[in-house]
Design a protein around this ligand. Sequence first.
Ligand code: S3P
Length: 433
Amino acid sequence: MAARQTQFWLRAGGSLRGEARVPGDKSISHRAVMLAALARGRSRIRGWLAAGDTDATLGAMQSLGAQIERVDANTLLIDGGPLQEPPAALDLKNAGTGIRLLAGLLAGQPFASALDGSAQLRRRPMKRITAPLQLMGAAIEAVDGCCPLTITPSALRGITYAMPIASAQVKSAILLAGLHADSPTTVLQPGPARDHTERMLRSMGARLDAAGNRLTIYPCAELSPLDTYVPGDVSSAAFLMVAALLAPGSQLTIRGVNLNPTRTGLLDALREMGADVRLNNVDEQAGEPIGDILARHSHLKGIQIGGETVVRMIDEFPILMVAALHAEGETIVRDARELRVKETDRIAVMAGELRKLGAVIEEREDGFRILGPQTLSGGQVDGHDDHRIAMSLTIAGMTSAEGALVTDAACAGDSFPGFAATLQGLGARLVAT
Ligand code: S3P
């Protein structure tokens, strides 16, 4: 495997022109490898994201006995079947989706397991999944509400659970546990969190009823195998798209991107800000909407974001902050408290790092306020081992007056391997070392 680049130098100027593809969707890739391992028979997954987070999930599924053949970096053949007791604690590294979904999947298995991860993952809240799983009868324990998690075998019962937060990870953990419960399980979602788990489970033969924000999963002893193609990750496309909107002279097409409406909140927000963003060749592939994104340099204006849009763009706020700094007028984000418990506290960390480049940002408990347009001077910033922070700061550096050095940038590879090379290929003045 290529050495992980640890810092990116950005020289000021440069525009993005041409065409790009982004790696496969991270959320779908986690789910595909987990569910294929559970299915009876051989699954084929093309376009799979080979990256830090998803490799951690793949390793965990191998430890659980799944036979996984890597035809090439992005094509997996998986012979699923009954899972087996892992020989040691599963290491999910930095992958929050990996650990939370797997906890749900393992809660109803007839063997004991333990799930752990990096120092960063050990700081993230797990009670949001252990509480509903315990209500289902799972014997799952956390340490002070965080991982390591330990699971001992127990019979699960179906429950009705009103989720206190709109989270696809929590919803998915409950649905996966529900596959092994003694009766149907219902979750009531406060908002429209991403629905990849539901789409994939249905395509594999599970029964799931949906009515508004109410979802019911029925126990299912046997899932059929998957033959699927993972579309490009719209959350990775977001960095290229915003860079193209901000860098004068840019015109960029990003091909084959997942356009699931539970994921496209940033597109809606940017359009409201006046961005010239168009969708072409919109189609459906493997049960997910897909299309090409065309972004041209645009004059942006500030907007207000809150409510249901927040969950549809929850991973895009670090890059939205960069867009807001260059937009004319006030941008206010509300209802985004969840940003504080992502890989890092993304409100505090982004505000702190962007200030090093001369930005003025008002942090709020559940969001932020930015008055633009602002000129980012330049300087040194740090990625904090958080992929979306490192990539957002890279775009901030690209749009600064003097350029920037982003340290601790290797984490970009947790979701977007080849990020630096993709930007370079499109015309960014970036050196990775
Ligand atoms: C994800 C759900 C989101 C998102 C994360 C991926 C998923 O987390 O932030 O990057 O794949 O289910 P929450 O469900 O905790 O909001």
